[in-house]
Design a protein around this ligand. Structure first.
Ligand code: ZN
Length: 217
């Protein structure tokens, strides 16, 4: 199909009309055998480019934290190993995020920028409309540092409300019924739970290591 024949649609990040698309989630968060069948949403080239470096940093940071090192030789995911070898500035930034005691610091504008982007991607995809407003809360923390009660709450999908319009909009349709549960895009690598209750919530777990929750009023 010619590019001009692809219909214009509003970018999920800024609302401007575009023919460009973004993957849900972007490929850097998945291993190659999981690329096919990944959904996409309308997203303009400018927005996608604006997130690219922060997404790359987040994917690398999660992998470094899991492997406990910034040494590319000890990194498991081949794409991340390749990127760290190819990009000395990124390597330097990752090295600065590693504390002398071995932990990694996830408190940075780059991490927050990339996490909010991913959450917006899932929320917009499930609502089938752009979500351009700013979130009301953002939580980013390693899964194993969450207190038990908090972790339990984070992991538990909301109870379905039969006939709820919000639940229908935000839930996957399976066998003619609707439900909300974790979507395991790549086991051990990427899962998310996106739903509407009193707010719009998008929860994401990266590398079965980093827990993220972004909410919108
Ligand atoms: Zn845009």
């Amino acid at each position: 199909m010619q590019n001009s024949e692809v219909k214009l649609a509003p970018c999920v990040y800024c609302g401007d009309d575009t023919r460009h698309h973004d993957k849900v989630p972007p490929k850097i968060f998945l291993d190659e055998e999981f690329y096919s069948g990944v959904a996409s949403v309308p997203a303009c080239y400018k927005c996608c480019q604006g997130y690219h470096l922060d997404e790359e940093y987040l994917a690398c940071l999660v992998e470094c934290a899991k492997c406990g090192t910034v040494d590319a030789n000890a990194i498991e995911r081949s794409i991340i190993k390749f990127i760290i070898n190819e990009k000395p500035l990124l390597f330097e930034k990752l090295s600065k995020a590693k504390s002398p005691t071995g932990g990694f610091n996830f408190k940075s504008d780059s991490v927050r920028h990339a996490v909010v982007k991913l959450a917006r991607l899932h929320a917009a995809h499930q609502m089938n409309e752009p979500l351009t407003k700013s979130p009301t809360s953002v939580i980013i923390t390693p899964l194993d540092s969450m207190p038990f009660g908090e972790r339990d709450k984070f992991e538990t999908p909301p109870s379905p409300i039969i006939g709820s319009r919000a639940m229908r909009i935000m839930s996957a349709e399976v066998n003619g019924g609707y439900f909300t549960e974790w979507v395991d895009i790549q086991p051990g690598q990427y899962r998310h739970l996106t739903f509407v209750s009193e707010k719009i919530f998008s929860r994401i777990v990266l590398g079965e290591y980093l827990a993220c929750e972004v909410a919108w009023e």
